[in-house]
Design a protein around this ligand. Structure first.
Ligand SMILES: NC(=O)c1ccc[n+]([C@@H]2O[C@H](COP(=O)([O-])OP(=O)(O)OC[C@H]3O[C@@H](n4cnc5c(N)ncnc54)[C@H](OP(=O)(O)O)[C@@H]3O)[C@@H](O)[C@H]2O)c1
Length: 280
């Protein structure tokens, strides 16, 4: 990895930048690869995509046009629950790599647990993708405590991360503790609660003390926790850069605790009925 301002989190010998750029839903697709390239030119070295997002092609284009070396970038993609069977899983990984025009991803995730395919089969396919050289690291997403315990027991390779919804408006202590127990990094999706935390009076007040925005305080609160990485999405150059400038200030313990109290709202924004597990 090239030197940059973003701290790395290391697990099983691999280091992921604790800030990545999320690429879900681009309302103006013609700007997508440009925004991804801009994130890399600004110093991001971690891109989060998924087969489901439809952004893999732009991720590949953005990487190539950024001028940043492939080996200096951490790329995560995911296989949907529709492709949980072994054959479908392998085809999905191949399609992801072909679409991005990459030889490998740094991290391959099971996007959501499947309700129909046994976890053993999907985890077997995930491990195979790693052993075949298509993924340097493997992990899961939207897994609960129960699913993490099952996965750790079944999987013959270490799980690098569990990508879950986590922000200042949701308490995820149970699943986070399970991940800590098994040395699994937490990757936070929707770290800004899709923008809902931006008007929060406390986050804005704390931000004024440090000349930071509510978004920066919300993101700082996350990365200041143990083994936590974040993948915010932004569609403006200025916001992409703003979200990176969170490593030059430090929240006090009392500010951390006060923000943690906001989690009592327990506001879950990613909760699709068709694929959600029974949450903790
Ligand atoms: N594993 C999963 O199941 C899963 C599920 C959901 C998401 N994800 C990943 O997580 C990423 C982030 O989630 P998300 O995009 O849904 O939500 P998010 O990052 O919590 O919030 C994005 C929203 O915040 C706004 N925003 C970002 N930075 C800002 C700033 N500095 N100031 C003001 N507004 C700002 C964005 O505005 P604009 O974009 O309009 O500029 C957008 O409306 C996704 O892109 C995806 O990679 C994974």
């Amino acid at each position: 990895m090239a030197d940059n301002l973003i701290p790395l989190l290391t697990n099983n010998g691999a280091s992921i930048p604790s800030l990545g750029y999320g690429t879900m839903e681009y309302p103006e697709p013609d700007r997508a690869s440009d925004l991804i390239a801009h994130s890399l030119k600004s110093g991001y070295r971690h891109i989060d995509t998924a087969r489901k997002y439809g952004s893999e092609e732009w991720v590949g284009q953005g990487i190539r046009s950024s001028g940043v070396l492939r080996d200096d970038i951490w790329v995560t993609t995911k296989v949907t629950e529709d492709n949980a069977s072994a054959d479908d899983f392998a085809r999905s990984v191949e399609l992801s790599l072909n679409t991005m025009k990459l030889d490998y991803v740094n991290l391959l995730l099971i996007h959501w647990p499947s309700r129909t395919v046994p976890l053993e089969e999907t985890l077997g396919a995930l491990v195979k993708a790693k052993r075949d050289g298509y993924a340097k690291n493997i992990g899961v997403s939207n897994f609960t405590v129960d699913l993490i315990e099952k996965a750790v027991n079944i999987c013959s390779e270490p799980l690098f991360t569990n990508q879950i919804e986590y922000h200042a408006y949701i308490n995820q202590d149970k699943v986070i503790n399970a991940c800590h127990k098994h040395n699994i990094i937490i990757s936070c999706h929707v770290p800004l609660c899709r923008g809902k935390v931006l008007d929060d009076p406390m986050l804005n007040k704390i931000g004024q003390l440090y000349e930071k925005s509510a978004a920066q305080v919300a993101l700082r609160w996350l990365v200041q926790q143990k083994n936590v990485a974040i993948v915010p999405r932004a569609l403006e150059y200025s916001e992409i850069e703003e979200n990176m400038n969170i490593f030059d200030f430090h929240l006090t313990n009392s500010e951390m605790d006060n923000i943690s109290k906001l989690r009592e709202k327990n506001y879950r924004v990613v909760n699709p009925e068709v694929r959600r597990p029974v949450w903790d």
